[in-house]
Write a protein that binds this ligand. Structure first.
Ligand SMILES: *Cc1c(COP(=O)(O)O)cnc(C)c1O
Length: 391
């Protein structure tokens, strides 16, 4: 008999009842170190005081307002995002998937309004993940996501990773945009080298193609810059954000230049909940913390420490691990055994990690994880690896 909850997830038998910072407590009072952050969502950890007060203060005033009216919290968050980024304008959504939908619509509408209705194709890359709507799974093209769900949204061209010739050959008069994650998350913490992102920007400028970056997982301080593309010193035309920006409240956004957004005129897009006062109050409180250069410096310091300790862990367990990759606090340990087994052994040692493709176990801890917690996390991962070796 089917479960009351649609059984699309293989859930671990863990029942957490509350969280505080980097810690999650289960129903038996056992405390787990959370290096997953709900997949890069709880950017300031669980029950962050700044976010709890922003949420509860707003909850006592107004939860929801239609976008038919002015929403000062939304204007404040949009202004902050514009001040802190390449963008001139922002549309708020409730998830990364919705941000993907708008990014695709915006790119196509841009070319349509410019008198190029033939420019509809969007180039994407092997291993990418952009969400679960019909458009977002079409963008990925991965068999396990699309099988049985057709017909899908047309116009996506899937390219191999790192194949410059294939990329050049794929750009035609029909190309509207290139859509890419600066650091792939689900695909296995696979980085796009800064040189390649610069090259993509140049290629887009040369060929007249929009550059859409998906920073849903790698954005909002995760890599040690407010947005990951800042490492390469280039900017996109359109950027998708979600996950970390709400710190646990469902919130997403599409950021764009005035030019790229120029097709999105009155009535061309909307959302009932997107930009609601609750989400925007939380998002602003979070961004006020994370955009502080001193906070980002501290993220980089913590990331350096974690990275160094992980290299030691990998060296100590050559039968289990083979390397570390990623940027900032978005790190992957490449495993020689099934990453799901490593994640399970972590549960036994009360440390939470997340598997990804390409034999990767992901570490996406809260951005404010402490040095003591990093040391304890390594102890627990070491215990998990030792248990796997003797199994
Ligand atoms: C999680 C994720 C999405 C989808 O976000 P949802 O909020 O689950 O819809 C899109 N892109 C990337 C890179 C992601 O990691």
């Amino acid at each position: 008999m089917i479960s009351p909850v649609l059984p699309t997830y293989a859930r671990a038998p863990l029942h957490f009842t509350h969280g505080e910072g980097t810690w999650l407590t289960d129903e038996n009072g056992r405390r787990f170190l959370d290096l997953g952050s709900g997949i890069a969502v709880n950017a300031l950890g669980h029950a962050a005081p700044e976010l709890v007060s922003a949420l509860t203060e707003q909850a006592g005033k107004i939860w929801h307002l239609s976008n038919l009216y002015e929403i000062p919290q939304q204007e404040a968050l949009a202004t902050k995002l514009v001040d802190e980024s390449f963008a001139d304008t922002v549309f708020f959504t409730n998830s990364g998937t919705e941000s993907c939908e708008l990014a695709v619509k915006m790119a196509r509408k841009y070319w349509y309004e410019k008198g190029h209705p033939e420019k509809i194709e969007i180039l994407t890359f092997e291993g990418c993940f952009h969400g679960r709507s019909s458009a977002a799974i079409a963008a990925s093209g991965a068999e396990k996501m699309v099988k049985g769900f057709g017909p899908l949204l047309e116009g996506f061209v899937h390219l191999p990773w790192g194949d410059h010739d294939a990329l050049n050959a794929a750009i035609t008069e029909k190309t509207a945009a290139i859509l890419i994650e600066p650091l792939q998350g689900e695909g296995g913490i696979r980085p796009l080298p800064d040189q390649c992102l610069k090259g993509l920007r140049d290629l887009c400028d040369e060929k007249g193609v929009l550059l859409i970056l998906d920073e849903v997982q790698c954005g909002v301080g995760r890599t040690g810059k407010l947005f990951a593309h800042e490492w390469a010193g280039v900017t996109p035309d359109i950027m998708m954000v979600a996950k970390g920006i709400g710190g646990g409240f469902p919130l997403g956004a599409v950021l764009a230049t005035e030019e790229a957004a120029s097709g999105m005129t009155l009535g061309t897009h909307g959302s009932t909940y997107g930009g609601n006062p609750l989400g925007c109050a939380v998002g602003l409180a979070l961004l006020n913390v994370v955009s502080d250069p001193a906070f980002l410096d501290a993220v980089n310091a913590r990331a350096g420490l974690l990275r160094q300790k992980l290299e030691g862990l990998v060296a100590a367990h050559p039968d289990v691990f083979e390397g570390v990759r990623g940027t900032g606090l978005m790190l992957g340990i490449r495993c020689k055994i099934a990453p799901s087994d490593v994640v399970k052994a972590g549960y036994e040692a009360a440390v939470i990690t997340v598997p990804a493709a390409d034999n990767i176990v992901r570490l996406l801890p809260p951005l404010n994880i402490t040095e003591e917690e990093i040391a304890e996390a390594i102890n627990r991962l070491d215990r998990a690896a030792t248990a796997l070796e003797s199994a």
